[in-house]
Design a protein around this ligand. Structure first.
Ligand code: ADP
Length: 281
C-alpha cells in the first residue's frame, strides 16, 4: 500500500514539521557495546589535525584517572597512526576467546585496544578504505571484552572526515576533549573540531593546550615559542581551558622507551580532575 505523503514532500523528515503517515523518526546510529561490558563514562579525545599530541593527552588522562583509583581503558581509534601501545611498552598481540577480543593491559591495569595489537608487522601501513577503518573502530567498541570500566578514553582519529564521524556517531561519548597546540589556535582548526562535536550533540568538556612552552632542561627557563596560547579561543567558544602542557624532554623519552606510566604528568593533573568533576557532577 502506498504511504500517505503531504504535498511538497522532500523526503527529508528532519527539516519538516508536518506529521504525515510516512514520517520517519531520526534513527540513532549508536552501537551497543558488548554484553560483558559495563562502561560508565566514555570520553573522546579529538583534534582538528594530527601531530598535536592527542595520543599523548589520551594516555596522560588515562594514567592520571587510573592513579585516582578508577578502572580505565583506552580505545585507540587512530587506526592509521596507532601509537598508544608502544608508549606503554606493549609489544604483544591480543587474543580472542569465546567472549570476544581480550584487550592488552598495562602494568597498572589500564586496558588497551589498538590495531597495532592485531598486526603481525607493526610497521606495515594500514591501507584500508574509510568504511573498513570505521568497521574496525566499531569492533573495538563492541567485540572487545572491556569488562567493568569507570572511564574509557577514545583516541579519536584526527580531523573531521569519515572515521572521526563514525566514532562520534556510533560510540556514545559522554564528552569530548579538544587537544590543540598554540599555533593552531590562530586558524579555524579548533573551531572545526568544536563544531563537529556540537553538530553531533556531544558536550565539549574543554580544551587541552599541548606544547604551550619549552622548559630548558638545564636552566629551567620557560620559552613560549608558539606565542600567547589558547586562552582567547577558549573564551571565544565559551570553553574551559583544562590544562597546558609544555614540551618536556622527559615525557618524550618516556613515550619513546615505553615507560609512559612512570611519567608523573603534573601538568595535566588539573585537567584530569576537572574532567572527572564535570562528568560526575
Ligand atoms: P597525535 O596523536 O596528535 O598525532 P602524539 O600524541 O602521537 O600526536 O604526539 C606526537 C609526538 O610528539 C609523539 O612522539 C609524542 O611523544 C610527542 N609529544 C607530544 N606532546 C609532547 C610534549 N608535550 N612534550 C614532548 N613530546 C611530546
Amino acid at each position: 500500500m502506498a504511504e500517505e505523503k503531504t504535498s511538497g514532500c522532500s523526503g527529508n523528515c528532519s527539516s519538516c514539521s508536518q506529521s504525515c503517515g510516512s514520517r520517519k523518526e531520526p534513527q540513532s546510529l549508536l552501537e551497543p557495546t558488548g554484553e560483558y561490558n559495563n562502561i560508565k563514562h566514555v570520553i573522546g579525545v579529538v583534534s582538528g589535525k594530527g601531530g598535536v599530541g592527542k595520543s599523548m593527552v589520551t594516555s596522560s588522562l588515562a594514567v592520571l584517572m587510573s592513579k585516582m583509583g578508577y578502572k580505565v581503558g583506552i580505545l585507540d581509534a587512530d587506526i592509521t597512526g596507532p601509537s598508544i601501545p608502544k608508549s606503554f611498552g606493549i609489544n604483544s598481540k591480543v587474543y580472542q576467546n569465546e567472549l570476544g577480543i581480550l584487550p592488552a593491559e598495562t602494568k597498572n591495569g589500564i586496558k588497551i585496544m589498538s590495531i597495532n595489537l592485531l598486526l603481525e608487522d607493526k610497521e606495515a601501513p594500514v591501507l584500508w578504505r574509510g568504511p573498513v577503518i570505521a568497521g574496525a573502530v566499531k569492533q573495538f567498541w563492541h567485540d572487545v571484552v572491556w569488562g567493568d570500566l569507570d572511564y574509557l578514553f577514545v583516541d579519536c582519529p584526527p580531523g573531521t572526515g569519515d572515521v572521526p564521524l563514525t566514532v562520534f556517531q556510533s560510540i556514545p561519548l559522554d564528552g569530548a576533549v579538544i587537544v590543540t597546540s598554540p599555533q593552531d589556535l590562530v586558524s579555524m582548526i579548533v573551531k572545526k573540531a568544536y563544531n563537529m562535536a556540537n553538530m553531533m550533540n556531544i558536550p565539549v568538556l574543554g580544551i587541552v593546550e599541548n606544547m604551550s612552552s619549552v622548559i630548558c632542561p638545564e636552566c629551567k627557563t620557560e620559552f613560549k615559542i608558539f606565542g600567547s596560547g589558547s586562552d582567547s579561543i577558549a573564551e571565544e567558544l565559551g570553553l574551559d581551558l583544562l590544562g597546558k602542557m609544555p614540551i618536556d624532554v622527559d615525557l618524550a623519552k618516556a613515550v619513546d622507551n615505553g615507560s609512559f606510566e612512570l611519567y608523573d604528568n603534573v601538568f595535566l593533573k588539573p585537567a584530569a580532575e576537572a574532567i572527572d568533576k564535570k562528568i560526575n557532577k
